[in-house]
Write a protein that binds this ligand. Structure first.
Ligand SMILES: Cc1cc2nc3c(=O)[nH]c(=O)nc-3n(C[C@H](O)[C@H](O)[C@H](O)COP(=O)(O)OP(=O)(O)OC[C@H]3O[C@@H](n4cnc5c(N)ncnc54)[C@H](O)[C@@H]3O)c2cc1C
Length: 504
């Protein structure tokens, strides 16, 4: 199928349905890169946005770089803070492993400290009682513990990746303004009919006031409704319910602390986990749980207890989540972005990253295919692999949790509905003396690097408990440990306190 494209292989006219984070991200990227395309975004005031999703990975920085917006241009307006990574608290009950930090990447780690981390993991696997807790090997773990932001002084020659926390409603408003500055036309209205061509592609959307919006290409950002991709084009949906049990969340704000954390905190509760996201003016909190194990009232009470807000009159909001993905993210003349294409529960805060990858990669494939669907299948395969790679990593948290207090955690640990890829990764962890090398060798690198897998598995204390050995050159090991600690501390001297960084 050949689309109606301009001389530069871009659609002449494009309609985006939905004005949540996904819709406005798509509008910004398309408007700044496809300058000759007429772009209209329609959003429904009566339906509104989901209004959660306040933590990101470093992909949000890539997105802002791509549209030419600096941190200082958007962060204050969105009450945004910096994020070094995520602390996972109480997912393991093994002594010494009750908590660990999953950092974003820093060059100093890869060059200097991660090799020691892996050496000690291998020693630990053989029964030597050395320190293989990830928190002692990563720069951003040190930064987080000391409330230091992720942007170094100019003289620090190593790169460091970081994410953000932000108010999702304010981010949407910022992105809406910015896209309109770049020529995107915003229409407020509700789509109540979708018109198709004879070949099954999309022709137009009709709004409740009878406005007809025709286009050559459509982007479905209508959230869990998936109005175009699933409801109209009937693209199949694969649920992840058999290995990701959580389907609900209850959310509420709380007062921000004096020292502003530089991390998201994920604390395991009885039947799921709670996030705590620091913004400049409040904490965003939420309990993500499975309604098969706990009902919404019990979940709200447990979240309030966890936050010390049992008697508070702060309102909580309850949400349902659909966890899985479509089989095709690009089909005919439609691309699904955001919740309309799928969602892997928010444990690693990856939804915005997936939206960014989807739009950026689509633009590249569409252009390379000269405006045809030549690369549709390859694109769908790539995006599915990204979703499945993230799913496997998130599933691994549940599979390897070290709790035993409720049926929820026991069922998660006993669940064998996991992908072959995840089974092979877990087998390597237990059996390989070169986990990182073997992950490369057996082509198991998906959305996460071996060091991230090692952080999780070592962080939960997934090590053999028998076969403890004593003979080891512990004096050399202790010297090395002191040197590493000092190295990371000295790197840390190049970073400012979080609140000072936010003044810039
Ligand atoms: C509990 C929870 C926690 C999350 N946490 C994170 C996180 O920490 N990090 C992260 O990256 N992501 C997170 N997410 C995901 C994140 O919220 C979404 O990916 C993000 O907000 C994008 O949503 P969206 O734009 O796809 O959908 P929505 O925000 O739902 O927007 C849908 C849009 O479509 C419009 N619309 C729908 N139907 C019609 C119609 N008929 N006509 C016109 N317009 C229509 C709506 O009005 C709205 O503008 C979380 C999600 C949940 C459920």
């Amino acid at each position: 199928m050949l689309n109606n494209v301009n001389n530069d292989s871009k659609p002449k006219k494009l309609v985006i349905v939905g004005g949540g984070t996904a819709g406005w991200m798509a509008a910004n990227l398309l408007a700044t890169q496809w300058k000759d395309t007429e772009i209209i975004l329609v959003e429904s005031q009566e339906i509104g946005i989901i209004g959660v999703g306040e933590g990101s990975t470093p992909h949000l920085k890539l997105f802002f770089d791509a549209i030419g917006v600096a941190d200082a241009d958007w962060m204050p307006e969105c009450n945004a803070t910096y994020k070094n990574g995520i602390t996972f608290d109480k997912w393991s009950t093994i002594e010494g492993f009750e908590s660990y930090f999953h950092p974003f990447a820093a060059q100093t780690d890869d060059i200097f400290t991660v090799p020691h981390f892996f050496n000690n993991i291998y020693a630990r696997m053989q029964g030597y009682q050395v320190d293989a807790h990830p928190d002692d090997y990563f720069l951003e773990s040190y930064l987080s513990k000391n409330n230091l932001g992720p942007i170094p002084d100019e003289c620090f020659p190593f790169g460091i990746a970081y994410g953000y926390h932000f108010d999702s409603a304010l981010l949407g408003q910022f992105l809406s303004k910015n896209a309109q500055k770049h020529g995107v036309k915003r229409i407020v209205g509700t789509v109540n009919e979708v018109l198709m061509h004879n070949d099954g592609s999309l022709n137009a959307v009709k709004l409740n006031d009878n406005t007809l919006l025709t286009a050559d290409f459509f982007i479905d950002c209508s959230g869990f409704r998936s109005l175009l991709m699933q409801s109209t084009l009937k693209v199949n949906y694969q649920s992840f319910k058999d290995n990701l049990y959580n389907d609900s969340a209850v959310v509420m704000p709380s007062e921000i602390s004096q020292t502003l954390p530089v991390e998201t905190k994920s604390t395991a509760l009885s039947n799921g986990w709670a996030w705590q996201i620091p913004l400049r003016n409040r904490f965003g909190n939420g309990y993500v749980y499975s309604s098969d194990y706990i009902n919404s009232e019990q979940a709200e009470v447990e979240l309030r207890q966890h936050l010390g807000l049992l008697d508070s009159d702060i309102q909580a909001r309850h949400l349902q989540m659909k966890v899985g993905r479509v089989e095709k993210h690009w089909h005919k003349n439609c691309l699904a972005v955001g919740l309309s294409q799928g969602f892997i529960e928010p444990l690693e805060a990856t939804a915005i990253a997936l939206s960014f990858n989807t739009i950026a990669q689509f633009m590249q494939y569409f252009h390379e295919g000269k405006g045809t669907n030549k690369f549709e299948a390859a694109f769908n395969q790539d995006i599915n692999a990204r979703f499945d790679g993230i799913r496997d990593y998130v599933v691994c948290h549940y599979k390897t949790n070290q709790r035993n207090d409720t049926a929820y955690w026991r069922d998660n640990a006993a669940n064998n509905h996991i992908s072959e890829t995840l089974k092979r990764i877990l087998h390597l962890w237990q059996n390989s003396q070169n986990f990182a090398g073997d992950m490369h060798k057996y082509n198991l690198i998906g959305s996460y690097q071996p060091k991230s897998w090692a952080c999780m598995l070592a962080g939960y204390g997934v090590f053999p408990t028998d076969n403890v050995k004593q003979s080891f050159d512990y004096s050399a090991y202790h010297q090395e440990k002191v040197a590493l600690k000092d190295f990371i501390r000295r790197c840390g001297l190049n970073f400012k306190k979080h609140h000072e960084l936010l003044k810039n």
